[in-house]
Design a protein around this ligand. Structure first.
Ligand code: NAP
Length: 291
């Protein structure tokens, strides 16, 4: 149990809406286990109130906070410094306070790569990324960090795909990245060893949908890994069908837990936090709600 006293330090998450956020579940489980004098709270902040809210956070001495939709890009000009990861991704999901002001990073990248880093021969990954939205940016940068030299991103909107590609121009990622229309997908599925779904297709309550048809999943080689960023339901239809083919599957829960763990390490200035506790708390919470 967390006991709030006059000395309790504040952490939190900002977004709009924020009621669905699972971050309070993850972080307060860790805080409670570590018996720390902290509390992690949800803050619903409208886009028009972002600047005022950040100034208020500084005034009340908030130590750090998570950032979710719609503030991940808008917060950047309000921070004193962002690191090279946030700079490359173009979005911040974790902010902490220092004497020099608010600092920002993006722990979605570490969250995404954490289930992959124990794979052998990471540079041989030949990934296919489905979707070119915000999460795809963290995925592309994570794969670049892992040493992938060929990253194919597939999208349904040519204009948005071109904007996505152009946003990396001049960076080291540009060399590795190719964007392609959805109609080209099938010929790449038969050659890939990692498919990452970054679209919301298949997410609760649309669990009967999948970004890939069964015939497309059948194209994947036997050694391919199917990775879905969605964490409700578990598994998604995409992962269920990949599992039926005995492909290795990874769902989005680990990414969610690991991005949170990476943020908590920054706020607490610790090398390790109880990731197992965070994961178990989240699994229990989702199971209790039938998700
Ligand atoms: P986003 O910025 O809205 O991007 C969604 C992408 O999916 C866009 O490229 C969109 O294409 C595409 N898309 C949507 N519906 C599609 C369809 N029917 N067919 C093909 N493409 C489609 O969303 P996001 O923030 O990247 O989030 C995407 C998913 O990742 C969500 O399910 C989210 O929950 C999950 N996620 C998980 C974690 C985690 O920690 N596990 C972290 C971040 C995000 P258009 O632009 O053409 O619409």
């Amino acid at each position: 149990m967390i006991q709030i006293t006059g000395t309790t330090k504040l952490l939190g998450v900002i977004g709009d809406p924020i009621a669905h956020s699972l971050s309070p579940v993850i972080h307060n489980a860790a805080i409670s286990t570590l018996d720390l004098d902290y509390i992690y709270l949800p803050f619903p902040i409208a886009a028009t109130e972002l600047k005022t809210a950040i100034a208020g956070f500084a005034a009340v001495g908030l130590e750090g906070f998570s950032v979710t939709i719609p503030h991940k890009q808008a917060i950047i000009p309000l921070l004193s410094h962002i690191d090279e990861i946030a700079e490359a991704v173009g979005a911040v999901n974790t902010v902490w306070h220092t004497e020099a002001g608010w600092q920002g990073t993006n722990t979605d990248v570490a969250g995404f790569t954490s289930p992959l880093i124990n794979l052998q021969d990471l540079s041989r990954l030949n990934p296919v990324i489905l979707g070119n939205g915000g999460a795809a940016r963290a995925v592309v940068y994570g794969l670049y960090q892992l040493g992938c030299s060929k990253i194919n991103v597939f999208g349904r909107n040519k204009h948005k795909l071109a904007t996505f590609r152009d946003s990396w121009s001049g960076s080291a990622v540009e060399e590795c990245l190719t964007v392609r229309g959805w109609e080209e997908l099938d010929s790449y599925l038969s050659q890939t060893n990692l498919v990452v779904n970054t679209t919301p297709v298949g997410m609760h309550p649309h669990q009967d949908e999948s970004p890939l048809m069964r015939q497309q999943i059948d194209l994947l080689p036997p050694q391919a890994i199917a990775y879905d960023l969605i964490y409700t339901p578990r598994p998604t239809k995409f992962l269920k069908e990949a599992g039926m083919r005995d492909l290795q599957t990874i769902d989005g829960l680990e990414m969610l837990v690991q991005q949170g763990a990476a943020a908590l390490k920054i706020w607490l200035q610790k090398d390790s936090v109880p990731v197992d506790v965070m994961r178990t708390a989240l699994e229990k919470y989702l199971a209790e709600r039938g998700k």
